[in-house]
Design a protein around this ligand. Sequence first.
Ligand SMILES: Nc1nc2c(c(=O)[nH]1)N[C@H]1C(S)=C(S)[C@@H](COP(=O)(O)OP(=O)(O)OC[C@H]3O[C@@H](n4cnc5c(=O)[nH]c(N)nc54)[C@H](O)[C@@H]3O)O[C@H]1N2
Ligand SMILES: Nc1nc2c(c(=O)[nH]1)N[C@H]1C(S)=C(S)[C@@H](COP(=O)(O)OP(=O)(O)OC[C@H]3O[C@@H](n4cnc5c(=O)[nH]c(N)nc54)[C@H](O)[C@@H]3O)O[C@H]1N2
Ligand SMILES: [Mo]
Length: 668
Amino acid sequence: MAILRSACPLNCPDSCGFIVEYSEDKGLRVQGDKEHPLTKGFICSKAQAQAQWVFSAERLRFPLLKDQGTFRRISWDEAYTLLVDKIRETLKEVGSWGILHHYDYGHNGTLRELDRRFFQALGGVTEPRGSMCWGAGLRAQEIDFGGAYANDWAQVTQAKLIILWGRDPAVTNLHMVPFLLEAKKAGATILVINPVRVKSGDFAQDYIQVNPGSDGVLAMGIAHIILREGWLNWEFVRQSVHGLEAFALRAKEYEPERVAQLTGVSVEKQEELAYKISHMGPMTILSGYGLQRYSGGGNTLRAIDALIALTGNIGKPGAGIQYGYLYHRGYLNHVKLDSSRYQSRTFPHSFFAEEIEKAHPPVQLAVVTRSNPLVQQPNSLLWREVWREIPFKVTFDTTLTETARQSDLVLPVTTAFEDEDLIATSWSPILQLTQKIVEPQGEARSEALVFTELAQRLGLGDDFSYTPEQWLDYVLSPLNRYGITLESLRQGPIRAPYIPEVAWSDLQFKTPSGKIELASEIALAVYGDAVADPLLSHSKEDLQRHQEFSKTQNQSEYPWYLITPHPHHALHSQFQETEDFHLYIHPQLAEKYYLSTGDRALVETEHGQLLAWVSVSEDVHPQAVVIPEGGAVDGFGVNQLLIGKPSDFGESTPYYEARCQLRKWLVD
Ligand SMILES: Nc1nc2c(c(=O)[nH]1)N[C@H]1C(S)=C(S)[C@@H](COP(=O)(O)OP(=O)(O)OC[C@H]3O[C@@H](n4cnc5c(=O)[nH]c(N)nc54)[C@H](O)[C@@H]3O)O[C@H]1N2
Ligand SMILES: Nc1nc2c(c(=O)[nH]1)N[C@H]1C(S)=C(S)[C@@H](COP(=O)(O)OP(=O)(O)OC[C@H]3O[C@@H](n4cnc5c(=O)[nH]c(N)nc54)[C@H](O)[C@@H]3O)O[C@H]1N2
Ligand SMILES: [Mo]
């Protein structure tokens, strides 16, 4: 029997430590690694599902080529020959921009990024830019603080006030929950701000229901009260905050009564929040990404950051905002080529399908890795049309996703149990390895190997001269001085020694002024306004685009907010168990449409419709329809209801900036 310490590769903040066991008679077993500093021995259903996946009948085992509408098995040699021919042909006919590479983070491994190196070595291809995920808020962190750095998770136990602002750790960051419970036991107050009384509300002392997309306005309202009452941490502000005057002028416009109208949060509640935030510290804000999946998401985060700045809740134990953890960058080597070596053509995620449709040179060959764009990208109806027009499409995956099904060539890749890779994410301070415990099933191959072999066939072998193990040694080599090597990581997870337990403790912010910037020249340049203004959160170009949308979007025809948050027992389109959609609505909304739990309703937006089973729940905002994302029926997911929209910062994807209509479905 083999036993190894390993890690979960999924796109999730937790990156659980695994103990993996394999024997011929008992098969593959995954348990939690009790010695993992964050995940401490507990793993979720998605971890178990991955282990079962390795040997499952649905697992992709052989290269498949579509032949008159059906897939047939081919050899890797045939697959390589075909793909190399397609690449050469495209390069010759239209150049490297005629190749589209779509990738995301279906596996967090560092070596998975060799796909990018490959396409860079071709001279740079067509790629998405910005983010489907956290881009708007991330850009806000860069503008305000000079980067996204957070305290260690355990620091939250030192907090006296914890705000789960648009984040539901009980669903999307499970291993944070024990730390929150410990904080609560030690006397901390936990608040939830969300349009939905989410699962984490079960252990919070208070739940504040906010209108979808209005958190920035709420934060400005709270700032207004803090400024009006003089509840600032003056010493901190004097030393470490830039732009207070400009910010205070702006905040003055956010009168509590007006804020109450826009956010649905009463004046008394705003005052209570302002008092708690300025008097009950240390305060930690756990900000999710849900609240920035709106057009004004960047300004929302800037307004929330301002509360941290005004009250001096940063740089000390138990204080700060948890948005991201970009520490590993700069400490590890990466596998991408130097940017002087290539020139890519990039389009923002939000408008990718539109841009590809009119792109010159046109895309002749598309390659998808680590993602399922036909289900996960916005505007999936247009994606499908555009995708169909691309002459040759290739998908690398472990399973026949919808994107794979709509491809010409499907290449089977290894799972986290079949190869070695490094997990060092922008969500955690832990460095760990996935380790190989079983041989690749069927003819599955690691992408590191596939891209190396393809590069060799194309005469690009010089850029791919390492074995996977040599690549990992190279990536980790800057850490050798800390005694961290591939060999030491094989023994188990290591907390990165270069990451401080408390972020920003020297209060040296990486902004032009060296302070937290409530007024920022960078924001002025990218967005046309130095100070956060959640009411006017669009650049001129974006504003114009937005007005075009508003003109076509008759609000009364589609009156309800459509929120599509992440699924509990699935990870986006992975591990989805049912082939049905479920929607959640408040009893008031249900009554309007004569709907009860167990009924079906048609959800319509201006762009599409889908049929879903209704659950009626007091937990949901009375004007919102909530449908978890990721599921698909006949290959179509909830993103058939959405089109891409601009975000104020970071070229992010405002999935929740959507409105819908409901109709009771009476047909059986
Ligand atoms: N189980 C599970 N875990 C996951 C994932 C998954 O798919 N499944 N995905 C992973 C990934 S890639 C990511 S990016 C993270 C995301 O982690 P989170 O940010 O925690 O999750 P989201 O579902 O994006 O949105 C979070 C919350 O935003 C709320 N929300 C929506 N609109 C608003 C609003 O206007 N204001 C406020 N205050 N809240 C609002 C939703 O109700 C939801 O509770 O989770 C990761 N973890
Ligand atoms: N409506 C709506 N849409 C959303 C969101 C939302 O909140 N609402 N959230 C957005 C967010 S935050 C994100 S991050 C995106 C996620 O978007 P995607 O990353 O496209 O989502 P997944 O369904 O996780 O697809 C990942 C794929 O990678 C495959 N995979 C796993 N390991 C490997 C590997 O080693 N190699 C290769 N080649 N493939 C592998 C998996 O089998 C899976 O098919 O979705 C976005 N879409
Ligand atoms: Mo994400």
